[in-house]
Every structure is written in C-alpha cells, then in structure tokens.
Design a protein around this ligand. Structure first.
Ligand code: ADP
Ligand code: MG
Length: 222
C-alpha cells in the first residue's frame, strides 16, 4: 500500500530512496526520503484506523475490499486536508513544513531538523519561543482563517531559534461552530506547557485576544 504511493513519488522524479523512520504519531508514520541530488525530505504515511484494520485482518484472514477501500478513503482525505491547509498557511508565511506533493495517503514534505517541543528541556529563550508560537497561531487564524485544533507540545518542532507547527489534517475553519473553543484549547495547551516546564506565565484571556488580533502585544511573565 505504501509502496504504491512511494512509486508515485519516484515516477514523478521527486524521490529516489527512502530511509529510516523519523517519527511516529497518533495517525501517521514519517520516514526520511531523498531525491537524486541528495536532498532530504520527510514522507508522512497516514494510518488512521490502523489498529482496528489489523484486528479485522487477524480475525478474517483477508481484507474485505470495502473495508480496505474505506480505510484508504479516510486516509487519502486526511492527507488532502492537510495539504490544502498547509498550502494556504505557507502562502501567508506561517511556519509549517512545506508539502511538495501528495500521492494517495502519503505527503512528501520538507524535512525539518528540529526536536519536538515536548523533548526540549533546555530552550535558550523560552519566552521568545512561546511568543513565536502564539504569533503563528494568530497568523493562521487572522490571515488564513483556520485553527489547528490539535495543537500541543507534540505537534511543534523547534530549534533554539525557530519553530514549525506540524500536523494539520484536523484543522477547522474559523466559521466552524467549535472553532473558538478549539482555538482557546490550542492556546491553553501551549500556555500550560510553558507554565509547567519554563515557569512562564501568560493569562489565557490576553493570549486569546492576541491570537484573534484584538490586541497587538502579548506580555509574558516569569
Ligand atoms: N516535516 C517533518 N520533518 C521531520 N519530522 C517530522 C516532520 N513531520 C512530522 N515529523 C515527525 O513525525 C511525527 C508524526 O508526525 P505528525 O504530523 O505529528 O503525525 P500524527 O498525526 O501521527 O501525529 C512528529 O511527531 C515528528 O516527530
Ligand atoms: Mg502529531
């Protein structure tokens, strides 16, 4: 299944080889890949519903075409949704890994050399990092009109000087009935992480106003 998507990238001359796994998330596995100039990429293979899929396989000894078809449909649609969101975000300059191409349920992305924020125990300028994350959430909301809706320290890659927000398949439009709640939840998750790990304080209300563009500055204490 992954092989077919991969062959697609190879046929289009985008990729010439696949390396080791660089990330495993709730919904996808991410592998390193290279083109024939030696440039490195990341390929995200969607695997939504993987566990139940395997369970069915084990019980029935074969995969029913409809089940398989449904599974692929769900994963292709997630990949499409993420690619659409990312292309809009990149245009306005939100810091996300660019998506070069999609084949079925797989996305070819720029490989980011950063660690998950959850693993960053020694950020040099945590205040600056937090401000940068909030600034990007604000840009996504005010300039593209979308909310990530799954934001936490597990969906941000960072170095000491830069951050990237990853994982956008579940992004919701600002008009979605739950958009406001999801936006505040994203912000609260990030503030909680920086409060616990870096003793930084920023009132949720101030951050909420800031990401909606209702105020232009954000004070962070600590
Ligand atoms: N462009 C990328 N460059 C480097 N690593 C990545 C990239 N995209 C994802 N990863 C790694 O793969 C993991 C899973 O990717 P993610 O998009 O969060 O999928 P999931 O929906 O499964 O959580 C991430 O936690 C991260 O470690
Ligand atoms: Mg993730």
């Amino acid at each position: 299944l992954d092989a077919l998507a991969l062959r697609g990238f190879v046929k289009r001359n985008l990729v010439s080889g696949v390396g080791s796994i660089i990330g495993v998330g709730k919904e996808a596995d991410v592998y390193e890949a290279t083109d024939d100039t030696g440039r490195l990429y990341a390929i995200k293979f969607y695997r939504i519903g993987r566990t139940s899929f395997r369970a069915i396989k084990a019980k029935r000894r074969y995969i029913e075409p409809t089940t398989h078809h449904q599974w692929l449909k769900v994963n292709i649609s997630a990949a499409k949704k993420e690619a659409e969101a990312v292309s809009k975000l990149i245009k306005v300059g939100v810091s996300v890994p660019d998506i070069i191409a999609r084949e079925r349920h797989a996305l070819l992305m720029n490989r980011i050399y950063g660690r998950l924020l959850s693993e960053c125990k020694d950020l040099k300028e945590p205040k600056k990092t937090l401000k940068e994350i909030l600034r990007n959430i604000r840009k996504a909301y005010t300039e593209v009109g979308i909310v990530n809706a799954d934001l936490s320290e597990f969906n941000i890659l960072c170095t000491n000087s830069k951050i990237w927000i990853i994982d956008w398949p579940q992004a919701v439009d600002k008009e979605h009935p739950n958009a406001e709640i999801l936006l505040d939840r994203d912000v609260a998750n990030i503030l909680r992480f920086f409060r616990r790990r870096y003793k930084l304080d920023c009132p949720l209300e101030e951050a909420s106003f800031y990401v909606r563009g209702w105020r232009d500055k954000i004070e962070i204490y600590g």
